[in-house]
Ligand binder design. Sequence first.
Ligand SMILES: N[C@@H](CCC(=O)N[C@@H](CS)C(=O)NCC(=O)O)C(=O)O
Length: 229
Amino acid sequence: MIDLYFWPTPNGWKASIALEEMGLPYKTHLINIGKGDQFDPEFLKISPNNRMPAIVDPDGPDGAPVSVFESGAILMYLARKTGCFYGASERDRIAVEEWLMWQMGGVGPMAGQAHHFLKYAPQLDPPQDLPYPKDRYRSEVGRLYGVLDRRLAENEYVAGDFYSIADISIWGWASLWEGQQQVLEDKPHFTRWLDMMSARPGVQAGRALHADLRGDHRDQKSQGVLFKR
Ligand SMILES: N[C@@H](CCC(=O)N[C@@H](CS)C(=O)NCC(=O)O)C(=O)O
């Protein structure tokens, strides 16, 4: 039984979707990021960057326990452990890693900042309604989704003709495109892929995990914890 340290956000969904898709049994430990659970010294021992998700696998390498933080590292570890969703050849794995790194270094941080400046910052007291970062992150996310649309024009899935952890890494952030103030009319391949991904039972199950706890960080306590205010 893998221990999953989780809160229902796009980064958390990468781990919950992977565990569901791979059929791995897991026990969920909630890390309420609005209340500050990510700073608990016990949690910091497995996730020193005070971010979730993280996992502890009691049956790690050589049968000994291992902890993993950073969603991309979790996806790669679970894919290696199970032999699932990492392609069948070295060329496949190179493509999976290219698009996984593209998500980790691009879509995740840029979409995260888009959410911050478009949605959360204007709700702060006093409001931080800042045109330059709003435009900057909205347009950068749009550029990245254009790259993805062109890739998906020629490939059924992100890394090629097979489903992979790269798809799992991208879906959560991409599914929230409306909150990032994006348009999809000009991105038919991206739209096809979003629909295909959203129909997968494993994606639906990972997305549904504690979905009732999703918050909008409107309260001052959450803002204080997350935005250091
Ligand atoms: N690069 C990290 C990012 C994880 C991350 O940013 N998690 C957020 C929630 S989506 C979090 O734990 N935030 C807590 C905080 O900001 O204190 C990953 O992909 O695992």
